[in-house]
Ligand binder design. Structure first.
Ligand code: GAL
Length: 729
């Protein structure tokens, strides 16, 4: 009897111990060296892939390529405005199927770092905030404000609960090992004074209170409360120090390139410099690196932030916009990761000892008590090749490079010696199209969908961002005795707009256009306009090009024609239209009719053959085409077009604006290790973006509908479908 009891007790004890061990093992924690997963300190290599910037059909391949590139973690933001397009109405399908994306990462055997934000910046429309949030009474964004905090908490909770119910956090057996709340808040914190500080604290406590059982990160947040880890974002982060001794050194955004804007040159970052920056971070005790972006992808539809963020979010990332490996970037980094992996046992256990081995050269040695050793030999000189002596042996170091010695003997990798081959990727012509056109008129003031108001209205307040377009229309009566009519000179129309683009139509004819600049989206139109005696219709088409994603006080941002709007040069009088009666219409006629869809496109009569309009503003083009054979990614070469939007089978592939050429600021890279000097820019004088990704999965073999809306005028016969091909010798 006693022995049976003893057996039972021992059995129970074993069970308790086992469950205790299991609990301890299944936890994600950290110390000052690294993130600890299942009891093991890890050097984690991560890469950002934002799920809505590619199609679900592309996800498995992107994730696999990331794994092949030596990544352990996939990092993504969560895109609030994509998931909650109107209050309480959630969307988690298609490109927004977050759970599916995370499960695919898990299936590939990788971890996830989920940056919930829900402010994400990310060159994403309105920084990820739903535009309806701007109209919640009393709201002030990103500070200690009750309506804002309530909405933020509700969404964060929604996401956390969703992840929990799918068992996606690591302690539940899922892949999520880290989360993030807010994003680079410290940059704006001080401008909110004490309210900023209390909001930062509240965000931290709110997040921790959600009990995800995995660590939370606040990037660029020097005052991040325990147990939240603050981390670094930048081109270089080796000098970053966490705000407490017990936290690991993490780099949440190692920029692999940079974002592209319409009107701006194309940023790029040589892999030698990126590998150097990453290795510098590792040799300085860094233990988590995330490539931002590993795959940038595409800002489909109207998701691009702004103003003027391009549709391509290629980012010069190791996987290009189309999902092909960018070489030698991808493979050189893979080789680096393989080498770092060899050093991992030393890196997570020892503190590095730094010694000088030359004027601008250092050795960083990780030597454990058990004799495991890894060394890094760094040459910070951006110009000169240097020979250094380390432990009695000579090592040649190219300029601006680090050699890694996984066992402190053989240098098996140098950041500047790129062994991986380049891949010749080209755009090859696939086909042209035969077009039909439909030119929409400017709306009449008694348009069914318009309304009348006195004075000039702020654009977002009217459109709620359901469209880029808002029409402002008014009538002016010109008297026979107005001087210019007699003397053949015309008056000047002046329009001030808060942005981002404007087209002026007089009596239905395009009279002129104006655009905000990259440095300042506000614009002024000032030009002579052709008026006749009697009633003249002035129609202003105000166009947004992505809502800003950075800054303070999102609730106060304005766009559109805020005035004044004046007509000068009439004999003896200047007219100020600013307080006149204006008629407003949101969106284009073609948008209302859904001309981009199969069904909608049959609602108007399209011009064919020689009647197809070219170089005509406000013109819709459509064509039906068969998909080119094969699996190569596809893109439209839009060089012959001006500005507008493109749809394939009813889905928007984004805004096109090839007419906007990259001006100024092109520069060679210069390696001095600071933020600005390392933005390498090219393509000045060319279209900022001439190719527009057409996802294969949006096509069927035959009978695809391609629709282009052209705002300012272009020649559709110049549009080509291109194949992105890897050239093989
Ligand atoms: C960071 C921000 C990211 C992204 C990046 C630039 O400051 O956290 O979301 O906007 O800049 O691509």
């Amino acid at each position: 009897m006693a022995s049976a009891l003893r057996k039972k007790m021992i059995f129970l004890l074993v069970i308790i111990c086992l469950s205790w061990v299991f609990e301890v093992e299944a936890r994600v924690s950290y110390d000052n060296r690294a993130i600890i997963i299942n009891g093991r300190r890890r050097i984690l290599i991560s890469g950002s892939i934002h799920y809505p910037r590619s199609t679900p059909e592309m996800w498995p391949d992107l994730i696999q390529k990331a794994k092949n590139g030596g990544l352990d973690v996939i990092q993504t933001y969560v895109f609030w405005n994509g998931h909650e397009p109107s209050p309480g109405k959630y969307y988690f399908e298609g490109r927004y199927d977050l759970v599916q994306f995370i499960k695919l990462v898990q299936k590939a055997g990788l971890y996830v770092h989920l940056r919930i934000g829900p402010y994400v910046c990310a060159e994403w429309n309105f920084g990820g905030f739903p535009v309806w949030l701007k109209y919640v009474p009393g709201i002030v964004f990103r500070t200690d404000n009750q309506p804002f905090k309530a909405a933020m908490e509700k969404f964060t909770q929604k996401i956390v609960n969703m992840m929990k119910s799918e068992n996606l956090f690591e302690p539940q057996g899922g892949p999520i090992i880290l989360s993030q709340i807010e994003n680079e808040y410290e940059i704006v914190e001080n401008s909110f004074g004490d309210a900023g500080k209390s909001y930062a604290r509240w965000s931290a406590n709110m997040a921790v209170g959600l009990k995800t059982e995995v660590p939370w990160v606040m990037c660029k947040q020097g005052d991040a409360l325990d147990p939240i880890i603050n981390s670094c974002n930048g081109f270089y982060c080796e000098n970053f120090l966490p705000n407490r001794d017990n936290k690991p050194k993490m780099w949440t955004e190692a920029w692999t390139g940079w974002l592209l804007k319409f009107g701006g040159p194309a940023p790029y970052r040589p892999v030698e410099d990126l590998a150097f920056a990453v290795t510098r971070f590792i040799q300085n005790k860094g233990s988590y690196i995330n490539y931002y972006m590993y795959h940038g992808g595409t800002n489909f539809g109207r998701t691009a932030g702004g103003p003027f963020i391009a549709t391509s979010y290629d980012y010069d990332a190791p996987l290009d916009e189309y999902g092909l490996t960018r070489e030698p970037k991808h493979s050189h980094l893979r080789d680096l990761h393989t080498t770092i992996r060899l050093c991992e046992p030393a890196l997570v256990s020892a503190n590095p000892v730094r010694t000088s081995v030359g004027r601008k050269q250092e050795a960083h040695v990780f030597n454990t008590k058990s004799g495991v050793c890894a060394a890094f030999l760094a040459n910070y000189d951006p110009q000169y090749f240097v020979n250094v002596t380390f432990r009695g042996r000579q090592y040649g170091l190219p300029p601006w490079s680090i050699s890694i010695l996984p066992h402190c003997q053989e240098a098996t990798f140098n950041t500047a010696r790129v062994r991986a081959a380049s891949l010749d990727v080209k755009m090859e012509f696939a086909k042209k199209f035969s077009w039909e056109s439909y030119t929409e008129g400017v709306p009449s003031t008694d348009d069914m969908n318009s309304f009348v108001a006195h004075g000039l209205l702020e654009q977002l307040n009217v459109t709620r961002d359901t469209s880029d377009y808002l029409w402002y229309t008014t009538n002016v009566n010109i008297r026979k005795d107005d001087g210019f009519l007699n003397y053949g000179d015309f008056p000047i129309l002046k329009v001030s707009s808060a942005g981002h683009a404007l087209q002026v139509f007089i009596n239905g004819e395009l009279s002129g256009t104006a655009y905000g600049r990259l440095a300042n989206p506000k614009l002024k139109f000032s030009d002579k306009v052709t008026l006749k005696a009697g009633i003249n219709k002035i129609s202003l088409l105000s166009v947004t090009v992505g809502l800003p994603n950075v800054g303070l006080h999102f609730e106060k941002w304005n766009v559109g024609v805020l005035g004044p709007v004046t007509l000068e040069g009439l004999s003896g009088r200047t007219l100020d239209f600013s307080k006149w009666k204006w008629s407003y219409k949101t969106g284009l006629e073609g948008e209302t009719l859904g001309l981009y869809s199969f069904k909608g496109s049959s609602s108007v009569k399209w011009a064919k053959g020689s009647s197809v309009r070219k170089e005509q503003a406000l013109t819709w083009y459509k064509t039906i085409f068969d998909a080119p054979e094969g699996k190569d990614p596809l893109a439209l070469d839009m060089s012959s077009m001006g500005k507008g939007q493109i749809w394939i089978n009813g889905q928007s592939i984004g805004r096109h604006w090839p007419a906007h050429k990259a001006s100024g600021g092109c520069s060679q890279c210069s390696y001095s290790g600071t933020f600005l000097e390392n933005k390498c820019l090219r393509g000045c004088g060319d279209a900022s973006q001439k190719w527009y990704h057409v996802p294969r999965s949006w096509l069927r073999p035959k009978g695809n509908l391609l629709v282009v809306f052209e705002e300012q005028g272009g020649d559709p016969t110049g549009i080509s479908l291109m194949r992105r091909t890897i050239q093989k010798d």
